[in-house]
Design a protein around this ligand. Sequence first.
Ligand code: SAH
Ligand code: SF4
Length: 349
Amino acid sequence: MVLIIYGSMENFYGLTLTQLESIIGALGKEKYRSRQLFKWIYNKNVLEFGKMTDLSKSLINMFKDMFFLSPLKTKDVFSSKDGTMKFAFVCDDGNIVESVLIPDKDRLTLCLSSQIGCRMGCRFCVTGRIGFIRNLKTSEIIGQLMGVRQHPGVDKITNIVLMGMGEPLDNFDNVMPALEIMKEPSGLDFSHRRITLSTVGLIGVLKSVMPKTAGIAISLNAADDKTRSELMPINRLYPIEEIVDFVRNYKADRRTRITFEYVLINGVNDSLEDAEKLAKLLKGLKCKINLIPYNESPFIDFKRPSEKTVERFHNHLINRYYTTIVRDSRGGDIHGACGQLGMRYLDQG
Ligand code: SAH
Ligand code: SF4
């Protein structure tokens, strides 16, 4: 009699160590095999089970039958004058996902997408204009990272930011396991200090993210509810006061502070009065402020303020003793800067 077991192969990049341990344990194999696999696949970047020299032939065959290892397929790579690279990956269903690799002094930061499109509808953001197409699977989030790593000449990635397409907390169920995989010491071994999750502030979900999961950046973008609701419809659900309350009560370790992101848009939220409103709003909060001068796109009418306006806003916050930086835009010439990802969806009409 021939026994046929019907089952589908699992994408290895979608499994946390704990999940892998239970799969391997259920087959009666040793638990440490899971760490061994993580080491080969994530630490040593090996893509074939056959090359894992400390596994027996029979184990190799078993893993080959159970798992497949395929990073997302690269469709295009664009290189900016400033060294930034944008990767366009194609998913199995034909959707395109973009990731951006940003070298900066001793850091190499990878900006990952969490969704295709986004349902938050922020008026200034190209991804928001696309609308929601679908959530990325855990294997597609890790698949971006592993896809970038396969590219020749890419050095060791030191930092991860979830600031690409999509709202990561709107895809909590797939993003959390991806963070767990990134942090696993036997594999990629990113510390929580080297991962930043950027969110519009879905407070309900944010409360369930443990402080040591990742650094949190909240996109504030305005210091009053009227302006913020106009820019970001989600503000009607989670107004500014709720965000401030959340940050006030956030119990992280001493070195961790929440970052506020503030996109400076010409004539919308960039006046000195706005800067003062922001300073008053955040008074007494343990936080950092990242100012992002608006990145323009052909699809949206908002404009970037002049350098002088940005400097004036920045100086005002510094004079109020806030740790504030202006995040210089990288990769604008390849449409890889914040808020520019996914343009090809709009191009197609
Ligand atoms: N959805 C998450 C993460 C992705 S957007 C979030 O909104 O936080 C990452 C950052 O890019 C956010 O701070 C957002 O406000 C900013 N952003 C969006 N469009 C932009 C644009 N055109 N120019 C500059 N920053 C932009
Ligand atoms: Fe979505 Fe962030 Fe863009 Fe808003 S800014 S539409 S949340 S990706």
